[in-house]
Design a binder for this molecule. Structure first.
Ligand code: FMN
Length: 173
């Protein structure tokens, strides 16, 4: 799968099959995060790999908008240093790279951000200087992914030269 195809076909998945994801794919996903560029190459992020079933269950209990993570094969928590400028951009880049690397191997993923702060910090020993930016759940999808993306058209999102100008076919010729 080339990079654009991965971007174009990847959908958020919240229901996973029980089939195990091989260790080499997990490694690739984590390598993708490691290799992502960060603000001033500070690599302030840290990642917690959660794959023990009891810990996945706890992760779900500690979430407000990601109960589905309980059914994932594994999860990755993205921790960032909130004092670094652009730390949320860094988190977004790392997590998107992880998701695309997984999808290239047929492994689907979903993201959530809603956590019960105190509980998640306590249960996963998160140090004070780091914040939970997002959590990804990974696994083979339960169903074949055939959905179309529900996205606005380019003409609504992109303006040539000045905000509000209408994008024309000639702008992309
Ligand atoms: C920054 C961000 C936060 C999100 N938070 C949650 C969340 O807390 N829980 C959840 O189930 N999905 C969450 N999502 C998933 C979005 O709802 C999903 O990406 C969006 O609906 C597009 O999905 P699609 O690519 O399958 O079309 C989040 C996505 C992003 C980018």
């Amino acid at each position: 799968m080339d990079a654009f195809e991965a971007i174009a076909t990847k959908l958020d998945v919240r229901e996973f099959a029980s089939k195990k994801v091989p260790g080499e794919v997990k490694r690739k996903v984590l390598e993708a995060a490691r290799l992502t560029a960060s603000s001033r190459n500070s690599q302030h992020w840290r990642f917690i790999l959660v794959q023990d079933r009891a810990n996945l269950k706890r992760l779900a209990a500690d979430s407000t908008s990601g109960k589905w993570v309980e059914g994932a094969d594994f999860a990755v928590m993205i921790l960032t240093d909130p004092t670094v400028n652009g730390n949320m951009i860094d988190a977004g880049r790392a997590l998107q790279d992880m998701e695309l690397a997984a999808w290239d191997s047929g492994v689907a993923s979903g993201i959530y951000v809603g956590v019960v702060e105190d509980a998640v910090r306590r249960d996963y020993a998160i140090p004070d200087g780091l914040r939970v930016s997002a959590i990804l759940g990974f696994g083979y999808p339960k169903r074949r992914i055939v959905g179309r993306k529900n996205r606005k058209p380019l003409e609504e999102l992109v303006f040539p030269e000045r905000y509000g100008e209408r994008l024309q076919p000639s702008n992309l010729a």
